[in-house]
Write a protein that binds this ligand. Structure first.
Ligand SMILES: [Zn+2]
Ligand SMILES: [Zn+2]
Length: 159
């Protein structure tokens, strides 16, 4: 899978050199604020597979819901948020916003999380796992993705 995407003004472009390990729809208040919308769609993918094609994203640090830091990366020109890095998440991975893909329908949420702050008019699709907060990776992820996460966690973060 080689998905490409970028910010609204085109100054930043990126390519994903693998499929995401998992796709989250996150309904937490932070994601609602950062997107200005009902929820965010995040592709959880190893950082090594996110290739910058053009431009360098700026970042700022917020307090994540877990109490550990959350870096958000955005275009310095137009302000589009492209991805996040959660200090509390296992491994060395980025959470890429599906809405910035050239083809956002190429992915769909595998799991809806933090539905305790889901907007009440939004009905979630039946048959897709949903959790009021986070969830157990063992229960939701495919065996392939769990193996990728295991490898990702064992590599030394290159930062
Ligand atoms: Zn931009
Ligand atoms: Zn969230």
């Amino acid at each position: 899978m080689h998905l490409e995407g970028g910010c609204a003004c085109g100054a930043l472009r990126y390519r994903l050199n693998a499929a995401p390990m998992i796709v989250h729809a996150c309904h937490c208040r932070d994601c609602q604020r950062l997107t200005g919308s009902a929820f965010v769609i995040n592709l959880w993918i190893e950082r090594e597979f996110v290739e910058a094609l053009r431009g360098v994203a700026k970042s700022c640090q917020l307090a994540g819901g877990t109490g550990q830091g959350h870096d958000v990366y955005f275009c310095g020109k137009c302000g589009t948020y492209l991805w996040s890095r959660y200090h509390g998440a296992p491994g060395d991975a980025l959470f890429v916003r599906a809405g910035t893909l050239d083809d956002p329908k190429a992915v769909r949420p595998d799991v809806h999380i933090f539905t305790r702050s889901k907007l009440p008019w939004l009905d979630l699709p039946k048959g897709v796992p949903a959790s009021r907060s986070f969830y157990k990776i063992q229960k939701v992820w495919s065996a392939d993705s769990r193996e990728r996460l295991r490898r990702n966690m064992s590599e030394k973060p290159g930062r």
